[in-house]
Design a protein around this ligand. Structure first.
Ligand code: SAM
Length: 270
């Protein structure tokens, strides 16, 4: 699809992370990965000039989008008429309550999030989505490849850290495919990748107190060269770490996600 036939006149805004997808092959792969089914409640974050929006609308007939840039709202709404029913939420996505949004669709259904995210906001958007994980069935996001690598990394990897542990505790994380800078206008300076996140069923997550878990992971990786005994000294002592079955002289990057969960669960809520 070319966006040229649509009345988008504003240049891309750097501060809003605007890199518009134009490569049809990549757009098709994203739509295929999402594979919308009748009744799905699709919500796109940052529709921009509609590169993913219109093909999704053609396929699914209806879509809700959240876009912060007011200059895009009118052309997007106009251009969408030829494709299906578009609901536009003109807001900063970080202020959108996904749980309320899912509720507004009616019934018990969860929403499915899609988005070529503004890269400067990708971690805040991921953490915001985690806060509403129970209302989300899955997420398909385009992000910097380096961020996707961190999200999916396991113990022993140089890029294993807070982001990976936090996301993997609550979601299945599957990198899908890489996307080169040339697929966007203007091209970003970095490679990109598409990732699928599927929130785990609440009964299988195992985290007793999310605030304690988050504090343990934050402190453990705060100074990743330190042993857990030292890094976690504000939260617990070596005996408590050992009692949870974790080696106090290990470093955070050696500890599996389930071990962080067990350690946090063994501590009193903060
Ligand atoms: N989906 C389009 C595409 O693939 O060509 C645009 C993707 S562009 C990388 C990111 C989009 O997110 C832009 O449309 C930008 O205006 C929007 N955006 C930036 N910050 C936002 C925020 N806080 N809330 C909602 N949308 C935002």
């Amino acid at each position: 699809m070319s966006t040229r036939s649509h009345p988008f006149t504003e240049p891309a805004k750097k501060h809003l992370g605007q890199h518009f997808l134009h490569e049809r092959r990549i757009i098709d792969k994203i739509v295929q990965a999402v594979d919308p089914k009748p009744g799905d409640r699709l919500v796109e974050i940052g529709p921009g000039q509609g590169a993913i929006t219109f093909p999704l609308l053609d396929r699914h007939g209806e879509l809700t989008v959240i876009e912060f840039d007011r200059d895009l709202i009118f052309p997007l709404t106009e251009a969408a008429r030829a494709h299906g029913t578009l609901e536009v939420i003109h807001r900063d996505v970080l202020t959108v309550d996904f749980t309320a949004l899912a509720h507004n669709f009616g019934g018990q259904g969860q929403i499915r999030l899609v988005g070529n995210l503004p890269y400067n906001l990708s971690s805040p958007i991921l953490f915001h989505a985690l806060d509403h994980a129970a209302a989300i069935r899955d997420m398909h996001f385009m992000l910097q490849k380096e961020v996707v690598d961190r999200m999916a990394a396991g113990p022993g990897s140089k890029v294993y850290g807070r982001l990976g542990v936090m996301l993997q505790a609550y979601c299945h994380v599957t990198p899908l495919f890489d996307v080169p800078p040339g697929a966007f206008r203007p091209p970003p300076k970095v490679d990109s990748a598409v990732v699928r996140l599927v929130p785990r069923a609440p009964e299988t997550i195992g985290v007793d107190d999310p605030a304690t878990f988050s504090a343990v992971v934050r402190d453990a990786f705060g100074q990743r060269r330190k042993t857990l005994r030292n890094a976690l000294s504000k939260l617990c002592d070596a005996a408590a770490i050992e009692a949870a079955g974790v080696r106090p002289d290990a470093r955070a990057e050696q500890i599996a996600v389930q071990d962080f969960v067990r350690l946090a669960n063994s501590l009193k809520p903060s």
